[in-house]
Design a protein around this ligand. Sequence first.
Ligand SMILES: Cc1cc2nc3c(=O)[nH]c(=O)nc-3n(C[C@H](O)[C@H](O)[C@H](O)COP(=O)(O)OP(=O)(O)OC[C@H]3O[C@@H](n4cnc5c(N)ncnc54)[C@H](O)[C@@H]3O)c2cc1C
Length: 383
Amino acid sequence: MDIARTDEQKAYQETVRKFCDREVAPHAMAVDRRERSVWETYRALGKAGLLAPHYPEAYGGGGGDVTMLAILMAELSRACSATALSVGASVVLGGNSILRFGTEDHRKKHLPRIARGECITCLGLTEPGAGSDVMSISTRATREGDSWVLRGQKTFITNAPDADLFLIFAVTGEEKGRKTMGEFLIEKGAPGLTPGRPMAKFGMRGSPTSEISLEDVRVPAANVIGDPKRGFAQAMWPLTNERALAPAMAIGVLDYLLERCIRYAGERVQFGRPIGAFQAIQFKIARMRADQLVLTAMLREVISGIESGRDIRQLVSAGKILAGELAVRNSLEAMQLFGGYGYIEETGIERAIRDVKLLDIGAGTTEVQLLVIAKELLGEAAG
Ligand SMILES: Cc1cc2nc3c(=O)[nH]c(=O)nc-3n(C[C@H](O)[C@H](O)[C@H](O)COP(=O)(O)OP(=O)(O)OC[C@H]3O[C@@H](n4cnc5c(N)ncnc54)[C@H](O)[C@@H]3O)c2cc1C
């Protein structure tokens, strides 16, 4: 993959790749079967100082840039997508929220522990009745003295079963006829906070996902993240970060598929020739690489937009759509290239198909990304 540009980024990529080849990829199947926890890798990455390349050094991070974070996500996805998902949810969804909207106390207390792999975070926005329609959440936060009391239910929350730190969104009131939302930081073990058991899933099986029940959970006012009325805008920040990294995850998976398909095309002989001699097979591999190059160009554009601070909402949504579509299409094509062997678990191709489908759904579905673009283009006419 060709994400790194500077010497520092290339050196980081080389280090992460070696780490992943040695400590992550060999365990991907065991992680998928839930025989090994993704947190072993999380802790090891933290110990090696590789887990939070983009946090400032003052908070225990690597002091690097967004490209380095994209490299981490791509390399982890190449080795084990479920690990990439859980690392991203903790370091980016949870950690970036604290970095951007937390107080200096929040940052100093939590970010170094996250960067060291000693603290797992999760971000709880989705509810049983509120997915794409984020504003319809019904978890409520009521002010009582110098605390807030939270009551409600979250679902599909990545890392919730094992999290040490929960960032929970709840309705705090109403202003000009619209709900206001706040973001609350809750530590594991808080009375009334009950994460559910890991859900059995189609893919990303090693990344634990569950419900969270909140029954009169008391949160000190000091644990409000940012403005208790601006939670909706705050929620969009980590979600946009996650969407922006979707092309990086797809690039990593395409690397994984390309390596396997190229090798198999040279080894598998039918009709007296390696199947790589057939143009139909060559085209699958060429298309995979072409799509990976398109995603790389897209990722670089997204990163340059983030770094320059310009409005890149359309670009981020377009990248997220492309990442899902190209990753799903190429993983299906890889299975076709492998024939019957692709359908067998041991080959590791069917896992890729199951894992990448989440790119079409998580952090806002493809349809929601299309809505973002349509609304910008059509304005009020889009309703
Ligand atoms: C493995 C996994 C991990 C997740 N991790 C987290 C997490 O860490 N934190 C978190 O808060 N959430 C998380 N989610 C939730 C995820 O963000 C939601 O599943 C997603 O936003 C879609 O919401 P929904 O599932 O309720 O689908 P719905 O919103 O019910 O959508 C159902 C279908 O209707 C379509 N649709 C909805 N509204 C429109 C519309 N206006 N126009 C056109 N089509 C529409 C959707 O695109 C979809 O096809 C996770 C989900 C999964 C599966």
